[in-house]
Design a protein around this ligand. Structure first.
Ligand code: NAD
Length: 295
């Protein structure tokens, strides 16, 4: 399949590489061109512009946030103008429900397909083609995109025909992960200050009632106190908590824990931790208990 790939950050670079490995023809674009060269070495063609990446059957965006997806889609020479009729835009970024709705309407008007297909899994999972894809869109568009999902992930969950549903499910999942990071950080600060070994504590948790990837992955980062390089930056973590809050506001669903998490992320950013992995938000508790700031 001829695929355009836009956004070669922590996640996009690995996802695009797996599309090449699966035999797809990939034309890659990134705002800063230096990120394209490693992919060209793996067989991709470098796009000269966003429009140049829109010549195939599908274009995938894996960009940071709503602003980036809006700029690349609606901007001059953007996806909306560049994609041919019948082609499909697959948005894998974690974006707001409101933007997913706007993209759905705009692409429909232009005669394009649109699928929201955010993913669960960090850059290591992306590199190993082990992502979980949450997809929603018209069934024909989802079917067109399914070889892509097979190449980047271990399993795809189709959550209906309304793309915004996939975005909402993804946002709710990241809210849950952030809640675990915060509570795990508080629990570890408690036992850690009393002198219990954090690795041993984590081993106990994950061998008993908390045997889940989210506890293993984030517990490991918190026990090792390793927050650089960021697999998922704290700035993006704040973005996702805010997306949960705005979805809650739109649907009139109070999310008191998300309100608290928003303030925790603001504390992390205000104290210089914006570029740290988002798991550093869980290390604020140990700092507040007299320990060191996360770094
Ligand atoms: P990243 O910061 O590493 O990469 C972001 C990409 O967006 C870069 O290619 C950058 O050039 C591009 N970009 C940013 N602003 C832009 C703009 N205005 N115009 C054009 N391009 C712009 O981010 P990432 O970690 O790869 O995450 C990408 C998306 O995937 C985000 O929505 C994130 O929430 C989501 N996500 C990340 C992870 C993770 O663990 N890193 C996991 C699942 C989902």
């Amino acid at each position: 399949m001829r695929i355009g790939f836009i956004g070669l950050g922590n996640m996009g670079a690995a996802m695009a590489a797996n599309l090449l490995k699966a035999g797809h023809e990939v034309t890659a674009y990134n705002r800063s061109a230096d990120k394209v060269a490693p992919l060209v070495a793996q067989g991709a063609r470098a796009a000269t512009s966003v429009a140049d990446a829109c010549q195939g059957d599908i274009v995938i965006t894996m960009l940071a946030n709503d602003d980036a997806v809006e700029a690349v889609t609606f901007g001059a020479d953007g996806i909306l103008a560049g994609l041919s009729a019948g082609a499909v835009h697959v948005s894998s970024s974690t974006i707001s429900v409101a933007l997913a709705e706007r993209l759905t309407a705009a692409h429909s008007e232009a005669g394009h397909g649109f699928v929201s297909a955010p993913v669960f899994g960090r850059p290591e999972a992306a590199a190993a083609a082990k992502l979980f894809v949450v997809a929603a869109g018209k069934s024909a568009a989802v079917a067109t995109a399914s070889p892509i999902f097979d190449a980047i992930g271990q399993r795809t969950f189709v959550v209906g025909e309304a793309p915004e549903a996939a975005s909402l499910v993804k946002i709710s999942g990241n809210f849950l992960i952030a809640s675990v990071i915060e509570s795990l950080g508080e629990a570890m600060a408690l036992v850690g200050k009393a002198g219990v070994d954090k690795q041993q504590y984590l081993e106990l948790l994950t061998s008993t009632l908390f045997d889940a990837p989210v506890y293993r992955t984030y517990g490991g980062l918190l026990a090792r106190e390793t927050f650089t390089p960021a697999g998922f930056a704290a700035t993006l973590g704040l973005k996702d908590v805010k997306l949960a809050l705005s979805a809650g506001e739109q649907l009139q669903v109070p999310l008191p824990v998300a309100s608290l998490l928003r303030d925790r992320f603001l504390t992390l950013l205000a104290t210089g931790g914006g570029d740290l992995d988002w798991s550093a938000v869980g290390a604020l508790s140990a700092w507040e208990a007299g320990g060191k700031p996360p770094a």
